[in-house]
Design a protein around this ligand. Structure first.
Ligand code: OGA
Ligand code: MN
Length: 223
């Protein structure tokens, strides 16, 4: 990645956005072999702090709203299915810009290795208050070829098992989880959006994350 010119930020925070070749290899191999993968400490602590500060400031400015399910005309609020609140990232400041540069680097690297043709992404902050959850779901329906790959980044320092809020990933068929993950600061989970049902178990402490979908924009589906 080219050096990122962000004079306001400490050099430490700037270099924190670089993705190592090793992490790129790990993620690409896992996606290729299994369709999913998890990397702990993918985001450095200073970068997690920048993102969490941005998230908290946006929440303070009341930029978050109750999440729903479905898109556009199909959108409905279903608090029995998910009860978190969300805020879309929109490259509105230096922190989001750094995060998006990192996503660009990652999307390009994964495309290069796995020929997925992803050309666009959307990213949202999510806050789960104690008692909140997101029931088992898939992020994209088969054949829609819209959301190709999901990434979830966690921003919770000092998370412990008692705090719940685990991310649980399931196989396409069957109820036995593939993996259950605590939402610890710096961890990223990545999986193919159409293939893996997943859920967020009830959190017992405030839980912060960023969900990202790498997509193929409508009308640009490779034949
Ligand atoms: C989602 C989602 C998982 C998590 O937002 O679609 O599944 O661990 N999030 O926050
Ligand atoms: Mn999901």
């Amino acid at each position: 990645m080219n050096p990122i010119l962000t004079p306001e930020l400490e050099p430490e925070a700037q270099s924190a956005t670089l993705i190592s070749q090793q992490d790129i290899d790990t993620i690409c191999s896992a996606l290729y072999q299994d369709g999913w993968g998890v990397i702990e400490n993918f985001l450095s602590a200073p970068f997690v702090d920048l993102l969490k500060t941005d998230l908290l400031a946006l929440d303070e400015q009341e930029k978050f709203h109750k999440a729903g399910i479905g898109r556009e005309l199909d959108f409905v609020r279903r608090e029995d299915i998910r009860s978190d609140r969300i805020c879309w990232l929109d490259n509105i400041n230096e922190t989001q810009n750094l995060f998006m540069q990192m996503l660009n680097q990652l999307m390009t690297a994964v495309n290069r290795r796995l020929f997925l043709g992803m050309n666009h992404y959307e990213a949202m902050y999510a806050i789960y208050e104690p008692g909140q959850f997101y029931k088992k779901h898939v992020d994209s329906f088969k054949g829609q070829r819209n959301r190709i790959m999901t990434l979830v980044f966690y921003l919770n320092h000092d998370w412990t098992a008692e705090k719940g809020g685990e991310f649980v990933l399931y196989p396409e068929e069957g109820e036995e989880p593939i993996t259950t993950l605590q939402p610890k600061a710096g961890t990223v989970a990545a999986f193919l959006s159409e293939e893996f049902p997943h859920e967020v178990l009830t959190a017992h402490d405030t839980r912060y994350s960023i969900a990202v979908w790498f997509r193929i924009r409508d009308g640009e589906i490779p034949l």
